[in-house]
Write a protein that binds this ligand. Structure first.
Ligand code: ZN
Length: 175
């Protein structure tokens, strides 16, 4: 019988070709997939108390990258069979719960010296954190985790503030 050999670490294993590959490599178990969708939004913020020019109101074209992780649904009767999460569903979750409170909003600390702008500009959102790229990302992750389906886990998220500046969050860093 013909066979082939594979090294696992220092151990050499010899497999007869007659064995199904799935039994040898457990291919049926290797079905965890990361699924990413990207979004763009415009927002303004001010870093009250900061020493640099970011203390005053200015804006960014933010780029948000959401990566989920899970196993494609196997139930053939499920309309999302073969998907970790429907890209469309992820888009709707982000649109409804994130973009609706960030896109074209001015994000300010609740004790900001700019308080009162909402009288003439209703798209002001007050938050209980300094609205840096890092803190906005943490806020976004917290909101997303409340709205993702139970079987879908958030793997990571990235918020890009400028072409060469971004913050990243990884579930593995926050276990
Ligand atoms: Zn900024």
């Amino acid at each position: 019988m013909s066979s082939f050999c594979v090294f696992f670490g220092k151990n050499l294993f010899v497999f007869p070709y007659s064995l199904p590959l799935q039994r040898i490599f457990k291919i049926d178990k290797m079905n965890t997939v990361r699924l990413t969708k990207e979004f763009d939004f415009e927002a303004a913020h001010a870093l009250d108390g900061y020493g640099g020019k970011c203390k005053d109101i200015h804006g960014h074209s933010y780029h948000l990258k959401i990566t989920t992780i899970g196993k494609p649904i196997e139930d053939a009767a499920n309309p999302t069979c073969g998907m970790v999460i429907d890209f469309g569903d992820l888009k709707q979750i982000v649109k409804k719960h994130i973009l609706s409170i960030f896109d074209h909003y001015l994000i300010l600390r609740k004790d900001s010296r700019f308080r009162g702008l909402e009288k003439t500009n209703p798209r002001v959102r007050y938050v209980d954190y300094q609205p840096t790229c890092e803190n906005m990302l943490i806020d976004i992750v917290g909101i997303l985790q409340q709205h993702l389906p139970d079987e879908v886990k958030l793997h990571s998220a990235l918020l890009r503030e400028t072409a060469n500046s971004y913050a990243e969050w990884f579930a593995s860093d926050n276990d």
